[in-house]
Design a protein around this ligand. Structure first.
Ligand code: NAP
Length: 265
């Protein structure tokens, strides 16, 4: 559909090689964009995205970079512009999470979580916005936050803090970049099937419990997040800014899971 067409646009997707980011990379490519996929270490997954986007006739450049290093972010954006001509859409998707009681959180965990989930998106947005402003063509910045940026979850204090901050960064930048026709929004997924929680040591009952509390009765898939990103990146989304699109199967609608306790009849 024309209003969602991204032909001629260039998008940078951090963590675009697997999980939610891979679905976003492919959805943007399918909508017509050339893409730059930033990943940290797992090259085969990144190569897979390159092949799939080439099959769609799109250019895809791979950038290997650890976002915990904040000093090179300006050159990451330079690299994208040099290789693909310009930058229209930045998707800050890469993120990490550690499941730990508050008492066990080390400086290192807190520092790395805030660097990757909050500070790298902030400074990448700064670098991207500078180029977008100089080009006078507007732009889109889309931050993948989390329902944990809206309501907290036990054992995830650094992650909650990192995503809550990202939510207010989104609104702050929307105000400052609006005059340049640059929109800044977030997409907040609920529980999505990816590898992010694979190291979490949880009772197997957790999944059953979680599913019982999701009105749609299941985890989401990465593809179910990607459509909102295409909308925000496209002409259809050009008057939407400073907003958060929550995609959680209804999880955060329910303050108390009372329904299962209602008496039958
Ligand atoms: P994932 O499956 O663990 O994938 C993470 C991606 O980010 C990978 O491409 C990884 O690259 C990259 N990455 C991680 N740390 C990086 C670093 N330091 N530098 C550069 N790249 C890095 O994660 P996901 O579940 O798709 O999550 C994507 C985003 O959605 C995150 O921001 C997450 O917080 C958010 N989210 C996820 C869920 C969920 O249930 N899955 C829910 C709410 C929000 P490598 O493969 O090279 O390591």
């Amino acid at each position: 559909m024309k209003r969602f067409d991204l032909t001629g646009k260039v998008a940078l997707i951090t963590g675009g090689s697997r999980g939610i980011g891979a679905a976003i990379s492919l959805a943007l490519a399918e909508a017509g964009a050339d893409i730059a996929v930033l990943f940290r270490s797992r090259r085969p997954e990144a190569e897979r995205i390159r092949h799939l986007s080439a099959d769609m006739g799109r250019r895809c450049e791979l950038i290997q970079y650890d976002l915990a290093d904040l000093d090179g972010l300006e050159s990451v954006v330079d690299d994208v512009v040099q290789r693909l001509g310009h930058l229209d859409v930045l998707v800050n998707n890469a993120g990490i999470a550690h499941l730990l009681p508050f008492d066990k959180v080390t400086h290192d965990v807190m520092d790395r979580t805030l660097r990757v989930n909050t500070m790298a998106p902030f400074f990448l947005a700064q670098a991207a916005a500078r180029r977008m402003i100089n080009r006078h063509q507007g732009g889109r910045i889309i931050n993948i936050s989390s329902t944990n940026g809206i309501v907290a979850e036990a054992l995830l204090a650094p992650y909650n803090a990192s995503k809550g901050a990202l939510e207010l960064i989104t609104k702050s930048l929307a105000i400052e970049l609006g005059p340049h026709a640059i929109t800044v929004n977030s997409v907040a997924p609920g529980l999505i099937e990816t590898e992010i929680g694979e190291g979490f040591e949880l009772d197997p009952d957790f999944e059953r419990y979680a599913i019982e509390h999701i009105p749609l009765g299941r985890y989401g898939s990465p593809e179910e997040i990607a459509g909102a990103v295409v909308f925000l990146a496209s002409k259809a989304g050009k008057y939407t800014t400073g907003q958060c699109i929550v995609i959680d199967g209804g999880l955060t609608c329910d303050q108390f899971p009372r329904l299962q306790f209602a008496k039958k009849n």
